[in-house]
Design a protein around this ligand. Structure first.
Ligand code: TRP
Length: 458
């Protein structure tokens, strides 16, 4: 296996790329609707704890593995295990990541397609003056049409493939540098609009008043799953990025930056969306359509709303693309390394297969809405459809298991001196080490066992 010595051109570029991978649909689309479905403040509190106590330590751990081994997730896991004299079977950490990336991308692209479809709709003023109920109906109509959604999914996937095939990292980095701060600015603007025009106080109390009786294992596993998904952790993505990390980059402080930036965008999205949800009387637990049923109303009622809305969807699309290319890259780099495929061929072929698998998600919202055999998903709070199954399988199962394995690999298998060296001089080493060795694997395992066993107690 040849070792790559390529490094990021600067610390800032690394941070932009890592934040770009983390910030995406998980923040603006998934976080708000999960918070809505899982009791608002109860979910937000548990989510913040999961980010700080589980997600953040795992970002550090993944970067440690990557910078030590300087290879893909698959190669790096094997290398650090072998270096410590342990079994090469730890390579499974990398494999799980490749499978997760493939499955996540299949529905990620469909949702990315929703943003793509809403961009021209908003820009053309289709929502100007439209009432809340009609905005929601429009989304339902959109979901009911498999072909429009298929087209949008195809375009999103094609864009992802083109970028990965050419490997135009520089172009992406330049774009990200401008678009990410701009997305942040638009979110602040939307929060300001929501504060003035929407039911802001009610949204604040929904998001930040904690009803402790709402916290059960389902809420906790959903929060863990969301922390993994949103931070891009548990599937080797940060190992891959850590492989290009320079020696002088301080891993703990970079990890804190990634976690804080990602969380800030999620909270802002919540503060932009919920005041409108309450203003127009939408159901906060309405599911994956929440963003598309709430924000277009704001765009339809604020000055210059068509333009601001178009920019929001454009930058949201960009945030989604900087995540989807990372997802495809995980699979493509594996195919290059292990199958010897040419990069462009691998990107096109894998992209095509992901597109076809993604059709199941497209159809799960219309022509095959409920599948009897998937009825068990209801127990776990998911819709019994293909999208619900993939979502549950990846975020609430594969990523948390990946997280446990990564914690064990760094906490018990790798030699402590090596870990210490990569971690650097940061004084919080002891706290991180304890979290990683005890709290992280134990907390995830306990919650998963209870959640899986829940049907038997119910
Ligand atoms: N974090 C991304 C988001 O919030 C989604 C994601 C999950 C991801 N795993 C990833 C992105 C791995 C890149 C690589 O939208």
């Amino acid at each position: 296996m040849n070792v790559s010595h390529e490094t990021w051109s600067s610390r800032f570029v690394f941070l932009m790329a890592a934040v770009g991978s983390a910030v995406g649909l998980g923040n603006i689309w998934r976080f708000p609707y999960l918070a809505g479905e899982n009791g608002g403040g109860a979910f937000v509190l548990v989510y913040l704890l999961c980010v700080a106590l589980i997600g953040l330590p795992l970002i550090v751990a993944e970067l440690v593995i990557g910078r030590r081994a300087k290879q893909s997730a698959v190669g790096s896991a094997r290398t650090v295990a072998r270096e410590a004299g342990a079994s090469g079977r730890w390579v499974v950490v990398g494999w799980l990541g490749v499978v997760a990336a493939f499955l996540i991308l299949s529905y990620y692209s469909v949702i990315g397609g929703w943003l793509l479809a809403y961009l021209p709709m908003t820009a053309s003023g289709a929502f100007t003056g439209v009432e809340g109920a009609a905005v929601a109906t429009r989304f339902e109509t959109f979901l009911g049409d498999p072909w429009g959604m298929t087209l949008a999914h195809a375009l999103f996937m094609a864009a992802t493939v083109l970028i990965v095939a050419r490997g135009v990292r520089a172009g992406i980095e330049q774009g990200v540098k401008i678009m990410m701060p701009a997305l942040f600015a638009i979110l602040v603007l939307l929060v300001a609009y929501a504060a003035v025009e929407g039911e802001f106080v009610r949204a604040l109390s929904f998001l930040f008043t904690v009803d402790f009786s709402r916290i059960d294992t389902e809420v906790v596993i959903n929060a863990i799953g969301q922390a993994f998904f949103s931070l891009s952790v548990g599937m080797g993505a940060m190992i891959t990025y850590g492989a290009y990390l320079q020696r002088d980059t301080d891993i703990p402080s970079a990890s804190v930056t990634i976690a804080v930036a990602d969380t800030a965008v999620a909270i802002l999205a919540g503060l932009a969306i919920f005041p409108i949800v309450f203003e127009v009387g939408l159901d906060p637990s309405g599911g994956p359509g929440l963003l598309f049923k709430s924000l277009p109303y704001a765009f339809g009622h604020m000055p210059l709303g068509a333009a601001v809305g178009a920019l929001f969807f454009l930058f949201g699309l960009f945030a989604a693309l900087t995540s989807s290319i990372a997802l495809l890259e995980i699979v493509v780099s594996w195919a290059e390394e292990h199958r010897g495929w040419k990069r462009s061929h691998a990107a096109a072929l894998i992209g095509a297969v992901v597109f076809v698998v993604g059709l199941l998600t497209v159809f799960s919202f219309n022509i095959l809405p409920r599948i009897a055999g998937l009825g068990f998903l209801k127990i776990y709070g998911e819709d019994p459809n293909v999208f619900g199954l993939l979502d549950l399988l990846t975020n609430n199962l594969i990523l948390p298991v990946g997280g446990i394995l990564i914690a064990l690999l760094v906490g018990y298998v790798m030699r402590p001196e090596i870990v210490r060296e990569e971690y650097g001089a940061d004084p919080l080493f002891g706290a991180w080490w304890a979290l990683l060795r005890y709290a992280v694997p134990l907390a995830i395992a306990v919650v998963m066992v209870f959640e899986l066993a829940r049907p038997f107690f119910a």
